[in-house]
Design a binder for this molecule. Structure first.
Ligand code: 4NP
Length: 147
C-alpha cells in the first residue's frame, strides 16, 4: 500500500481536488487497493470546511466523484503515516517542513516542477484542474514503475 497525502494551503481547493482525481484515476486502472490517498492543509484558515464550491463544480464538470470533505491541518505525527507528501507549490513545502521540523526520509515532493496556481486567488479552476491531471498522470506512472 502506498500512502499519499496531497498538501496545499487551505485544503479546500487544490489538495482535495488532487485527492479525488487520483482516487478516480487509480480506480479506473483497478489499482485502488494499492493506494491510500488523502489531503491536508498547512494553514488553519479553512479547517473543518468542505471543499470549495467551485472546486466541486469543476469535479462535477469532469465527472470525477467526490465525497464530503472536511479540511484538516497537517500535523507533525502525520510524517510517519504517509509515504509521500505531495505539495502544490514551494510555500507548501516550506510550511510542511516547519510542521515536521525535518524530512529525513525525503517524503516531501512537489506535484509538478512548477508551482500549481491557487484557484482560490486566480479563479481559474480549469487551469488548476489541467495541471493536477498532468501531475497525477505522471505520478501514477512513476509509482507504478517503482513496484
Ligand atoms: P487551496 O486554496 O490551498 O488550494 O485550498 C486556498 C483556499 C483558501 C485559503 C487559502 C488557499 N484561505 O486562506 O482561506
Amino acid at each position: 500500500m502506498i500512502r499519499i497525502c496531497f498538501v496545499c494551503l487551505g485544503n479546500i481547493c487544490r489538495s482535495p481536488m488532487a485527492e479525488f482525481i487520483m482516487k478516480d484515476q487509480v480506480k479506473k486502472i483497478n489499482l485502488e487497493n494499492k493506494y491510500y490517498i488523502t489531503s491536508r492543509a498547512t494553514s488553519y484558515e479553512e479547517i473543518e470546511n468542505d471543499m470549495y464550491i467551485y472546486a466541486k463544480e469543476k469535479l462535477n464538470e469532469k465527472n470525477i466523484p467526490y465525497t464530503k470533505h472536511i479540511s484538516k491541518r497537517l500535523e507533525k505525527k502525520d510524517y510517519d503515516k504517509y509515504d509521500y507528501f505531495i505539495c502544490m507549490e514551494d510555500s507548501n513545502i516550506k510550511n510542511a517542513l516547519k510542521i515536521f521540523k525535518e524530512d529525513s526520509q525525503n517524503k516531501i515532493i512537489k506535484l509538478l516542477d512548477k508551482d500549481i496556481d491557487d484557484p482560490w486567488y486566480t479563479g481559474n479552476f480549469e487551469k488548476t484542474f489541467n495541471d493536477l491531471i498532468e501531475g497525477i498522470d505522471n505520478l501514477i506512472i512513476k509509482l507504478n514503475n517503482k513496484s
